[in-house]
Design a binder for this molecule. Structure first.
Ligand code: SF4
Length: 376
């Protein structure tokens, strides 16, 4: 393709390489529409969907129920490009962390977490935590990803690619998926939901909606939209504080959507989906781990059926070139246990997360930040 570039002086002509569109990441209706617009029968879309997401093909030639001439035409028009695994770390506790390189050289991380504690009667879980953005614009003070700022959103294919890429090297089936890696999923809503539609489609044999959790810093418009669209995936809210004053300091997004609005949206989500809400709560020594915090946390969890995930803090000092924007320290293990116990005594459902992968940069964004050399 010839491209024309306006420059000072005469017009110059630059030769660009043609970028073939990537089919990986397209939903079934999109693949069907693509086939119909190319003059092919609709069912070819369904066949492609199967090859892309059930059989993990990266070469059209492998699609052996498509005519050879069609395979050649497809290869001349499209690509099937997955993110590539560039690095992997294994923690002593079984947590595996993957670094995926994207087509433009950017990198994101994905974590595979064996279940830590089971709820009664549940089968053993294997949970994948996927990224939705390269970096993040939300600037939460405790987060390594925030130090990268936002580089770009991921495509649905880059999200699904993390899931299929990790599944392909895991000897156990992934049972659960959380959008809790790098980025704020609500800021990349359309691509995230496309990835949900692909990964939960009956023809991919994929995940149940009830085994997918989207974690948000509290973007109220996204929560309400997700409730209205009715996918019924689980909602987790990164709470981390029980007062607006502290939450504004920890999470600047709280200036736009304070706790009252977030809790209203959480109630709206519960009433629309009947899914219990999860509140994520990282404990910071002397900041949000006091008796008043317990009292306020109990009160706010009573509003709709919910549970609290208590998360030990992983210090991220090294991720911030100029030092962290706020001094934060981890609450002691004893106080974490006590905090959880006090909540349980008030009939709050509490999950105490262990420090999964503490030895492998497992706090959100730390591995990718360390590898990020791609500039702004
Ligand atoms: S905690 Fe999540 S929302 Fe906040 S900056 Fe990090 S990635 Fe973004």
């Amino acid at each position: 393709m010839l491209g024309y570039t306006a420059a000072a002086g005469p017009i110059t002509v630059a030769r660009h390489e043609v970028m073939k569109p990537n089919l990986f990441g397209k939903t079934l209706p999109e693949l069907e529409a693509e086939c119909i617009s190319a003059g092919l029968p609709r069912f070819r879309g369904e066949q492609l969907f199967y090859w892309l997401y059930n059989r993990d093909v990266t070469d059209f030639d492998a699609c052996d129920n498509l005519p050879k001439s069609l395979r050649a035409d497809l290869a001349g028009t499209y690509t099937i490009t997955h993110p590539e695994c560039a690095d992997e770390q294994l923690s002593a506790d079984g947590t595996r962390k993957f670094l995926f390189r994207l087509a433009d050289g950017r990198q994101v991380e994905t974590v595979l977490i064996p279940s830590e504690s089971e709820e009664a009667g549940e089968p053993k879980r294997l949970t994948i935590c996927v990224s939705t953005q390269v970096g993040c614009p939300l600037d939460c003070r405790f987060c390594a990803t925030a130090s990268m700022k936002l580089k770009r959103n991921l495509t649905a294919g880059e999200i699904v690619g993390q899931y299929l890429g990790v599944q392909s090297v895991s000897d156990r089936r992934i049972t659960n998926l959380v959008f809790m890696g790098m980025g704020e999923p609500m800021l990349n809503y359309d691509e995230v939901m496309k990835s949900v539609d692909i990964m939960t489609h009956e023809k991919t044999g994929g995940l149940a909606h009830s085994h997918i959790t989207l974690s948000t810093a509290g973007l109220v418009d996204g929560i309400r939209r997700m409730a209205d669209e009715g996918r019924r995936i689980k909602l987790a809210i990164s709470l981390h504080a029980t007062t607006d004053e502290l939450r504004r300091r920890l999470m600047p997004i709280n200036k736009k959507w304070p706790l009252r609005d977030i809790l209203d949206a959480a109630e709206y989500y519960y009433r629309s989906t009947k899914r219990r809400i999860t509140y994520e709560y990282i404990l910071f020594d002397g900041l949000n781990d006091g008796e008043d915090d317990i009292r306020r946390l109990v009160k706010l969890t009573r509003r709709v059926p919910s549970k609290v995930n208590i998360i030990p803090f992983h210090p991220v000092d090294s991720a911030w070139p100029g030092g962290p924007p706020m001094q934060l320290a981890a609450t002691s293990r004893e106080r974490i246990e006590e905090f959880a116990q006090r909540l349980r005594a008030q009939n709050v459902t509490v999950m105490l997360r262990s420090s999964s992968g503490r030895d492998i940069d497992a706090a959100c964004g730390q591995l990718a930040v360390r590898h990020d050399q791609t500039g702004p």
